[in-house]
Design a protein around this ligand. Structure first.
Ligand code: HEC
Length: 144
C-alpha cells in the first residue's frame, strides 16, 4: 500500500515537473506576436476557419465534388482578409502578413482551379503547397 502511494506521488511529481519545467529540447524559438486577448481570439478563430477549409476541401475532393471544393476554398481566400480588424493588421509583422496573404491567395487559386475543371491530382498538389505554408508559419510564429 505504502509503495503504491509512493509510486503515485512520484508519478504525480514527475508529471507536475514536466508540465512546468522550462523546455530544453523543445525550446520555443518562434517569434511571438504580442496581442491582446481579443486579437488573439480573432487570429485563432481565423486559423480554425482555415483548417475547416482544408478539411472540407479534402472531403469534397474525395467525392469529386468540385463545386464544393471551390466553395470550401473560396471562403478562406482573399475575401477573409477584408474581415480582419485594421488595428490587428497593424500589429502583425510584414513577414507574418506576407505568409498570411500567400495562404489566402493559395485558397483562391484552389477555388479557381476547381471552377476551371482541374482534376483531383491538381487540387491535391495545390493543397499540399498550401499546408506547407501553414506549417512554415507555425514554425516561425506564435502568440504571446
Ligand atoms: C501567417 C502565419 C500563419 C499561417 C500562414 C497559418 N497559421 Fe495557423 N496559426 C498561426 C499562429 C501565430 C497561431 C497561434 C499559435 C499559438 O497559439 O502560439 C496559429 C494557430 C493555428 C491553429 C490553432 C487555433 C486555436 O484555436 O488555437 C490552427 C487550427 C491553425 N493555426 C490552422 C492553420 C491552417 C490550417 C493554416 C493553413 C491553411 C494556417 N493555420 C496557416 C499562424 C499562421
Amino acid at each position: 500500500m505504502f509503495n503504491r502511494a509512493a509510486l503515485f506521488l512520484a508519478l504525480t511529481f514527475s508529471f507536475a515537473t514536466m508540465a512546468t519545467a522550462p523546455s530544453t529540447a523543445g525550446s520555443d524559438d518562434r517569434a511571438l506576436l504580442v496581442l491582446n486577448a481579443a486579437e488573439a481570439t480573432e487570429v485563432r478563430s481565423e486559423m480554425r476557419k482555415l483548417l475547416e477549409s482544408v478539411s472540407e476541401i479534402l472531403s469534397a475532393l474525395n467525392k469529386k465534388n468540385m463545386a464544393a471544393v471551390e466553395k470550401a476554398a473560396r471562403k478562406s481566400g482573399m475575401v477573409m482578409v477584408g474581415q480582419v480588424e485594421v488595428s490587428l493588421k497593424e500589429k502583425l509583422t510584414p513577414t507574418f502578413m506576407k505568409l498570411g496573404k500567400s495562404v489566402h491567395v493559395g485558397f483562391d487559386q484552389i477555388a479557381d482551379a476547381a471552377r476551371d475543371g482541374a482534376n483531383q491530382d491538381k487540387i491535391i498538389n495545390l493543397l499540399s503547397e498550401q499546408t506547407n505554408r501553414c506549417t512554415t508559419c507555425h514554425a516561425s510564429f506564435g502568440i504571446k
